[in-house]
Design a protein. Structure first.
Lengths: 455, 312
């Protein structure tokens, strides 16, 4: 008897004549032999999945499936991340074996992989869920850039070693907008223990400086307004620990939004769970603008005032915003550019405000100040402006008037596990026989809205 | 060098021939007595610090304290036992977060940096540095810097990963993956003579992790796990502690245990020469060690098949 949510097998010894159970015992993380109906189900899922058909060349028949009852966890391939019951129907063609890992808990294909077949069968080591996911991410997204063109936006994206998902060469209707944008660090501090926390980088699964890695490729999705109209698209990347949402495991989501009207947003969320309920998450965004000559100005309550040298500022309760909730603007000499709207609980994603530090530095052509993959730039537990970007402006701040600019944005998000008010949090609950994760993301990040002198 | 008369008469003749200096260099069939290779001595400073040597141990894996720690527990050998006393000399933090701990036959401790979650306290340029804690004074100082690969890269945050000591010759073996990349295996195993502080031999282009030494097969052998797959290879060591011949496949952790793709964190040879292989998940990233469950696999040498087999 297999317990799907607990991934546990119970064996009962039964006296058939007496119709009595003599004894039972259970084993954790153990799966029983696969019965015929599950074997048939696995084959059906495999032969009907587009990925298998594409890899195999044609739709394989049921009798092409070998070893469908080869249970991955006992026979050396496994769904080690999901801890689900998986089997691997295998299709042999032209001296090679196509492995299709089927998740019999979620009834879905995990992935496919060709292996060489020796004279005695498929080569070892067998393919597992983690291997499939990590290899695909590495080859497709860590080792090369992927171009994307949609709704007038054009960009390249790739997963980095330690700066999350990076977008680069971003243009809108042919005009360069961003040189790059990425998520440099997550600083997590716990106020319950002085100086305790972690400085996590997110990135690729193999050969990287990431502490929390990507499992799945970035997802691209449409954005709709309240009336259901497509207004833009978003790109999302999830990074997570294997054991999430158990304590001291992390899940971070990075999100870029691009709108048909030229707006864009750089955002990220923590979905807990972390090591405690007194945690503060500080994501460090680096947003490098493409224009060679920009100016950065803050709204003082009455007018826009340019920053002349590299500087930082904290968003607070007394921060002045324009009527449109804009705090800053990044514009060229002609007044064309973007208004910047920080997170204030105004983006409909559950965010409660960013309380963000904003830093502006000059992008110097001869010095790399974070354009290449950046190592962890700040410690876990500084509660003031010293989150890392200040290193690029101290001790002598450079002039930032009519310069190529980099905006660093460090949101501060306090987690909460109070029932009904969960934030930056996650928990696992049993529903209809399987454990499901309830996620309470805390999204943060600024929106950039096009502006021109005429406006 | 210890020589043993083998049961096989032909081999005896060969070995006898090896005693003649003129044949020594052409002979590669040296047979050595079993040796547990266990010569580590308690560092004298432990006692002077007021610690009970039999209940004390060193650690580099405390998640809240960077560097080396001396701990005293109320149950030696039990990792969950209550810690009754801790000590950290101010110099023990200078290498940042550390990983391997090796104690030699004079009670000196050798260790090296390894990043923990991030590289804030572990600059990559220091990854090939060996530190030595003087057994008498307890002061940690840089012992030597191993050569660095051609370039430092941001892909791989690791350098020295494993250390093991050959008591017979006073040789420290150090495995380092510094400079390795996804598609370039640039790691080394260095053999270092501790007295002269000199590298006496090295194996190149190999990303070795945990290492262990055993004499079980009638040879002095260094076993090491591969950082890129689950295989364990071995290489024969000669009487001077140098490598003799090329590394050969010994056995694998592939498809064993809960994960099926463990890499070797450490290899320990027990008193009878069996190999206790500690396997963890490792993919050259900085996933927190607490997420990595460890499995210990016991491998026993089968005299008949001349193979190492998993002991269940």
């Amino acid at each position: 008897m297999y317990n799907y949510p607990l991934n546990l097998t119970t064996i009962a010894l039964v006296d058939i004549k007496q119709q009595k159970v003599i004894s039972t015992f259970s084993q954790q993380q153990t799966q029983p032999e696969i019965p015929l109906h599950l074997k048939n189900l696995a084959i059906k899922i495999a032969i009907n999945s587009p990925e298998v058909q594409e890899a195999y060349g044609i739709k394989p028949s049921e009798k092409d499936a070998l070893m469908a009852s080869t249970k991955t966890s006992l026979n050396r391939t496994r769904c080690e991340r999901s801890r689900h019951l998986c089997v691997a129907p295998t299709f042999v063609k032209d001296g090679k074996a196509l492995w299709a890992i089927i998740d019999l808990t979620d009834h879905k294909l995990v992935g496919v992989r060709w292996t060489n077949v020796g004279t005695t069968g498929p080569a070892s080591p067998m393919i597992t869920e983690r291997r499939l996911q990590d290899d695909k991410l590495t080859a497709c997204f860590c080792e090369k850039e992927t171009p994307l063109e949609k709704y007038g936006w054009k960009l390249n994206y790739m997963l980095t070693s330690s700066d999350g998902l990076r977008i680069a060469q971003v243009s809108y209707n042919g005009k360069p907008i961003l040189q790059s944008a990425k998520l440099v660090d997550w600083h997590v501090s716990y106020s319950g223990t002085d100086g305790f926390g972690y400085s996590d980088a997110v990135g690729c699964p193999y050969f990287s400086q990431a502490a929390v890695i990507a499992f799945e490729p970035p997802k691209i999705m449409e954005i709709k307004d309240e009336a259901g109209n497509f207004t833009g698209f978003a790109m999302e990347q999830v990074f997570r620990s294997e054991q999430w949402p158990t304590p001291c495991n992390y899940n971070y989501r990075q999100r870029f939004e691009f709108y048909k009207d030229g707006r864009f947003r750089i955002a990220a969320a923590s979905i807990g769970r972390g090591c405690g309920n007194e945690g503060t998450y500080r994501p460090v965004f680096r947003i490098a603008f493409a224009a060679e000559q920009n100016n950065f100005a803050e709204w003082t309550g009455a007018n826009w005032t340019n920053w002349s040298t590299e500087k930082w500022q904290l968003q607070s309760a007394t921060t002045a915003y324009t009527e449109g909730k804009y705090q800053y603007q990044v514009t060229d000499n002609n007044g064309n550019g973007f208004l910047m709207q920080p997170g204030n609980g105004n983006f409909g994603d559950g965010g409660r405000g960013d309380n963000a530090y904003v830093y502006v530095t000059q992008s110097k052509p001869a010095v790399d100040e974070g354009e290449a993959d950046l190592v962890t730039i700040g410690p876990c537990c500084n509660t003031d402006y010293r989150q890392g970007p200040e290193k690029f402006m101290e001790p002598s701040p450079d002039n930032i008037q009519n310069k190529k600019l980099v905006v660093w944005y460090v949101a501060q998000l306090k987690n909460d596990d109070t029932k009904g008010r969960e934030y930056c949090w996650a928990e696992s609950v049993l529903e209809h026989g399987v454990y499901v994760t309830r996620a309470y993301p805390c999204f943060a990040g600024p929106m950039f809205v096009p502006t021109s002198k005429n406006k | 060098m210890k020589l043993k008369l083998h049961k096989n008469g032909v081999i005896i003749l060969l070995i006898a021939g090896c005693l003649l200096p003129v044949f020594l260099t052409s002979c590669n069939e040296e047979v050595v007595d079993f040796d547990a290779n266990n010569c580590k001595k308690n560092p004298p400073f432990v006692k002077t610090m007021g610690f009970n040597a039999s209940n004390s141990f060193f650690s580099t894996s405390d998640v809240k304290t960077m560097g080396l720690l001396l701990l005293q527990s109320d149950q030696p050998g039990n990792p969950n036992a209550r810690i009754t006393k801790t000590y950290q000399h101010p110099s023990w933090k200078k290498g940042g977060w550390l990983a391997p701990i090796l104690v030699d036959d004079a009670g000196n401790i050798f260790t090296s940096p390894a990043p923990f979650i991030n590289i804030l306290n572990n600059p990559i340029v220091n990854n090939n540095t060996i530190y030595r804690v003087d057994g008498k004074t307890g002061v940690m100082e840089e012992f030597m810097r191993l050569p660095f690969a051609d370039s430092i890269n941001t892909q791989n945050p690791y350098g020295i990963i494993g250390m093991v000591y050959l008591c017979e010759t006073g040789t420290l073996y150090v495995s380092s993956v510094a400079g390795s990349r996804l598609h370039e295996e640039n790691g080394h195993i260095y053999a270092i003579d501790l007295k002269s502080k000199k590298i006496i031999d090295q194996i190149t282009h190999i990303d070795a992790m945990g290492m262990g030494i055993t004499y079980t097969t009638g040879k002095r052998q260094l076993f090491f796990g591969n950082g890129r797959n689950s295989d364990i290879k071995s290489v024969v060591l000669d009487a001077e502690g140098k490598f003799s011949g090329s590394p050969e496949f010994a056995f694998t952790l592939a498809n064993l245990g809960q994960r099926g793709d463990d890499k070797v964190r450490r290899i320990r040879s027990d008193q009878t020469g069996n190999l206790m292989v500690h396997g963890i998940e490792f993919n050259f990233n900085l996933i927190a060690p607490r997420e990595k469950q460890e499995t210990v696999y016991k491998f026993v040498y089968d005299e008949e098949t001349k193979k190492w087999t998993l002991s269940l």
